[in-house]
Design a protein. Structure first.
Length: 200
């Protein structure tokens, strides 16, 4: 009986952390799951860290509750993603993230992975088409070494499109999701066109 009570209490406390972490991400704009978990845990005085998937699902529920035009917005974001992918097709673009899986919220970016020998090649195309953008070099640990990854933020039709640029040899590498730990799902131009036609 005591064991069941402890389990029940743990589940309730965990749900409190999930709820607050999701609210911090949805309403307050906290970007990182780990940051949201730490903030929620500290505020509640609870040393429990739910999975990123549990928090992602809770954020998705908030978006479903508060955003009545979500389906229309998702369709438009996918159209904008396709336009950008067609413009950058020389760099083998892949759509990933919430715009692919449908778990968007009003502040979601469009996330694309590109593959180029030099990131300047991508910037050149953007500049030639008069697109507004910002550039950032992000340093992160990969395979036990610190590496620099170019990120370009393009602003188009009211949306932010984040371009993460990798070396061409990395096209064969299936990166893992920071949310699920599983290989990242992605859509090519052909797959995204099909999704739009089918209304997915």
């Amino acid at each position: 009986m005591k064991k069941n009570k402890r389990k029940g209490r743990y589940r309730r406390l965990k749900q409190e952390v999930i709820k607050l972490a999701a609210e911090l991400m949805y309403f307050d704009g906290v970007k990182e799951y780990l940051t949201a978990k730490r903030m929620a845990s500290k505020r509640l005085g609870i040393d429990i860290f739910p999975s990123n998937t549990e928090i992602r699902d809770a954020v998705d529920q908030l978006a479903e509750l508060y955003e009545s035009n979500r389906g229309e917005n998702l369709h438009q974001m996918r159209r904008v993603a396709l336009e950008m992918m067609e413009l950058l097709q020389a760099f083998h673009p892949r759509l990933i993230g919430s715009v692919l899986d449908g778990a968007i919220k009003s502040t979601s970016d469009i996330d694309l992975h590109l593959f180029a020998d030099e990131y300047e090649e991508v910037i050149r195309v953007l500049a030639e088409h008069g697109l507004e953008y910002d550039f950032e070099m992000i340093t992160t640990r990969k395979n036990n070494e610190m590496r620099d990854f170019p990120h370009v933020y393009v602003y188009k039709d009211g949306y932010t499109i984040e371009l993460s640029i990798y070396e061409p040899r990395e096209m064969r590498v299936r990166q893992r999701s920071s949310i699920t730990g599983k290989p990242i799902e992605y859509a090519t131009i052909a797959k995204l066109r099909k999704m739009l036609v089918q209304g997915d």
